[in-house]
Design a protein around this ligand. Structure first.
Ligand code: GAP
Length: 477
């Protein structure tokens, strides 16, 4: 399947099966904002839970979680550098008035080139970005006659910076002093609570603080479905270390996070690291974990060695000391930080891209096909469908008894309508890994048929064993 088609088919499938809808769709939608439907919400919640448990409860290192507010004191964003620096180089087309992020415009153009030319152009772009050479970037765009997708012309403004934070007013009086921002990353909620957590939890360095939550960015070019949204969710962890040990912890987290991705059962060829040439102002080492999405390799997670930049800035702007006393070396210092930051929505998109298959099941006798979502069973929105073969003879009662036994442990689904084959197909489309069919033999010998989503194989098992078999197959650790 061509990749562009695959993305379009995934978007259509997500709408049809209650995974993801355009926000405010009945009003023609809001650009780059999406709502999760009944199945998307379960999928997202399962991913969040898996990340949370992996990063807190399962860690050998001491990592605890918090839930900071989205609204923060406006000075937080002055201190963090977001007010002055959280901007991207933009360029406007004078004919259409459409604004583009310069790197996105160039990347879209690179996709039309062969690999060698494309790689050379990306390397040139990276160099120009690293040097903040806006004249050079404009030259690159003009020399290669890159066109606006709306006007089709190359009539460009100069390259300028554009801040990505959303602002709003706190309280009823609208003046400059009441202006606050919707957080563009969750990380700052962790930094400003560093001492609260360290003292109240008597945490010893090295330790980490994890958080999941919404972040907001006024992305100029928002595209690729839920890949780049204006309201999205992050799963971040700040790991506080002794200055001088950041390199070894950076390598540790690179490896640990890649292992987490592998634990989703995805082939290593679908991932790669991309080391940053242009480092953010707060970082001394940084890389992305990229996944091969239908539109090519793109960032899904960032790992950043943020030095002591954030804590020192908050110390300076708040006037409060944010140091730690290390009893092992009898020294006070401001800790260094390694950050792992992954987009939850991007991980949903990764799993959808990985799981979506259109399979041709035709035989000599008849044409047949199915769309199936092969999610890792532990992350599937519905774990088990229980299907009585007929609506009578006591089979629905047996099915409901099984659901009552299983539902405190995992999400189940009951369906008695339509032919069994049709019901299996609907469960395939939702990514349900296991179906149990209750038939007349169940009444005689207490056995049921279990049907596996990926192989479509079926076998007889004891009804009494179903709960434990499924629990074993969906366990996270
Ligand atoms: N605290 C560091 C930080 O925010 P980032 O690389 O800007 O770093 C981290 O963002 C992750 O958040 C990205 O790897 C991506 O998965 C996700 N993300 C960033 N912007 C996004 C957007 N507009 N839509 C969806 N996910 C986004």
């Amino acid at each position: 399947m061509a990749n562009e088609n695959k993305l379009q088919n995934i978007i259509g499938h997500c709408k049809e099966y209650g995974f993801i809808f355009q926000s405010s769709e009945i009003y023609d939608g809001l650009s780059a904002v999406y709502d999760y439907g009944q199945n998307g919400t379960e999928l997202k919640r399962n991913i969040r839970d898996y990340w949370w448990k992996s990063m807190t409860q399962m860690q050998e290192n001491n990592i605890v979680g918090i839930d900071a507010a989205i609204f923060m004191h406006p000075t937080v964003w002055k201190a963090s550098g977001h007010v002055d620096n959280f901007s991207d180089p933009m360029i406007d087309n004078k004919d259409s008035q459409k604004r583009y992020r310069v790197d996105h415009l160039i990347e879209a153009f690179v996709e039309t080139l062969d690999k060698e030319k494309g790689d050379a152009m990306l390397a040139q772009m990276d160099q120009l970005l690293a040097a903040n050479d806006y004249v050079g970037l404009k030259q690159l765009i003009e020399d290669n006659k890159m066109k606006c997708t709306v006007s089709g012309t190359c009539n460009w403004t100069d390259v300028r910076q554009f801040n990505l934070m959303f602002s709003t007013q706190l309280g009823s009086v609208s003046d400059e002093a009441s202006e606050i921002y919707l957080r563009p990353e969750t990380a700052q909620g962790i930094f400003v609570n560093f001492l609260n957590v360290q003292k109240s939890g008597r945490m010893k360095i090295p330790f980490g603080i994890a958080q999941t939550g919404k972040a907001f960015r006024n992305e100029i070019v928002a595209r690729g479905f839920i890949f780049r949204m204006r309201e999205f969710e992050q799963m971040e962890m700040q790991f506080f270390v002794r200055p001088g040990t950041q390199k070894e912890w950076y390598e540790y987290w690179k490896e640990t996070r890649m292992k987490w991705h592998m634990s989703l059962g995805i082939s290593p060829e679908k991932y790669r690291f991309h080391d940053h040439v242009k480092l953010a102002f707060y970082a001394d080492m940084a890389c992305d974990i990229e996944y091969d999405f239908p539109m090519g390799f793109k960032e899904v997670e960032g790992i950043h060695s943020r030095t002591d930049y954030d804590l020192k800035q908050h110390q300076q702007f708040s006037g409060k000391k944010l140091t730690y006393f290390d009893t092992d070396i009898n020294q006070h210092y401001v800790p260094y930080v390694i950050e792992t930051s992954i987009g939850l929505d991007r991980t949903v998109m990764l799993l959808l891209s990985e799981a979506y298959y259109e399979e041709d099941l035709s035989t000599a006798e008849k044409q047949d096909s199915r769309v199936v979502l092969k999610f890792p069973p532990m992350l599937a929105p519905i774990k088990l469908a229980v299907l009585p073969l007929t609506k009578k003879d006591g089979l629905p009662e047996l099915a409901k008894d099984l659901i009552n036994e299983c539902k405190p442990h995992f999400r189940c689904f009951y369906e008695e309508k339509d032919a069994i084959g049709k019901r299996y197909r609907r469960m395939d489309a939702l990514g349900t890994p296991f179906c149990i069919t209750i038939d007349h033999q169940t009444k005689e010998d207490g056995t049921v048929t279990i049907r596996y989503r990926d192989s479509m194989e079926q076998e007889r098992i004891n009804l009494a064993d179903v709960k434990n078999i499924i629990l074993d197959k969906i366990k996270m650790f």
